[in-house]
Design a protein around this ligand. Structure first.
Ligand code: PEP
Ligand code: MN
Length: 338
């Protein structure tokens, strides 16, 4: 980090700033120019907030030399991270991994049926929400612990890892027992107490980007989990809120190559929540694979019209099978496989 001091700042003020900075455990190195003095801070500056200097009359500007995320940063970990999701499923390698299933678990039979169907089409992970963070308190809130049991049954019967969304740190024990991958939804991306608790779990975490968060904020949330001890993080772009109303969210497709460049963590895309409409899932899935995504998470329902949540964006198992047939050659074209 570099501090550029205001013109004419005295040597005494400069020394005082250096002394202050050294209390953060970094070495502060002043360089005196003809009119301007700069101070180079060397060492771990992660505990120094750039806004600390906003109202400081001695300091003109602050420049970050390195990104504030260390563990998620590709600079310190050049090789791709491969996350072991269990049941032989590796995320982040040459295979593109497809997770599919209903938005909400509705019954043991329903999620079992969908899991079997999507597996037959080539999906490797089954998804399904049991604790649903709905915009309206009157909307279906999920089957909760019972739903997680049904997810585990579906995973065991089909020999597939399962992913489900957690909404509160108090649910962690339940999730450690019942699911293979814990999903953090868009609304909880900055629930820092939850992220810190998930850092103590050894389960892979599918961390979705907040719909109003920057890429750097997503990586800082990954950093919360990783700095608390869990390195098994999968990032997920799922659309952000823009002024556009033609789609539910705007899929930030450029987030995929940007994240792959900035971080070694695997990157998933959720075309279903980005699109909000079933017909858009195919082009967005293709775009995600072309942009370098390591996996997709897609909503599939046996009876979308009567789904308890997100039916409008859910594919039928038949539509999902058709989509997979189109994605497989595309993956090969990208030097990968599904
Ligand atoms: C979901 O996956 O069902 C979900 C609610 O996703 P998001 O948090 O991205 O809206
Ligand atoms: Mn959904």
């Amino acid at each position: 980090m570099i501090l550029v001091l205001k013109q004419g700042i005295s040597k005494e003020d400069t020394d005082n700033i250096c002394l202050w900075m050294s209390k953060f455990g970094v070495s502060a190195n002043p360089i005196f120019g003809s009119g301007t003095t700069i101070i180079g801070l060397v060492g771990d500056t992660s505990s120094i907030d750039v806004h600390l200097f906003d109202n400081d009359e001695r300091i003109e500007k602050v420049m970050k030399v390195q990104e504030p995320f260390k563990r998620a940063n590709r600079k310190f970990h050049p090789d791709d991270t491969i996350v072991d999701a269990g049941h032989g499923v590796m995320i982040g390698g040459s295979k593109i991994i497809i997770a599919a299933g209903p938005c909400s678990v509705e019954s043991d039979e329903q999620v079992g049926l969908i899991a079997g169907a999507v597996k037959d089409s080539g999906a490797k992970i089954v998804r399904g929400g049991a604790f649903k963070p709905r915009t309206s308190p009157y909307a279906f809130q999920g089957l909760k612990a019972e739903g997680l049991m049904y997810m585990r049954n579906a995973g065991q019967r089909n020999d597939m890892p399962v992913v489900s969304e957690i909404t509160n740190p108090s649910q962690i024990e339940l999730f450690n027992d019942y699911v293979d991958i814990i999903q953090v939804g868009t609304r909880n991306m900055q629930n820092f107490e939850l992220l810190k608790e998930l850092g103590k779990s050894r389960k892979p975490i599918l961390l979705k980007r907040g719909f109003a968060n920057t890429i750097e904020e997503l990586l800082m949330s990954a950093e919360y989990i990783m700095s608390s001890g869990n390195q098994n993080v999968i990032l997920c772009e799922r659309g952000i809120r823009t002024y556009e109303t033609a789609t539910r969210n705007t899929l930030d497709i450029s987030a995929v190559p940007v994240l792959k460049r900035m971080s070694h963590l695997p990157v998933f895309v959720d075309p279903s929540h980005a699109a909000g409409m079933a017909w858009l899932v195919e082009p967005l899935s293709k775009a995600a694979i072309a942009a370098g995504a390591d996996g997709l998470i897609i909503e599939v329902h046996n009876d979308p019209k009567n789904a308890l949540s997100d039916g409008q964006q859910s594919l039928t198992p038949e539509e999902f099978s058709g989509l997979m047939n189109k994605l497989k050659p595309l993956a090969e074209l990208m030097g990968r496989s599904i």
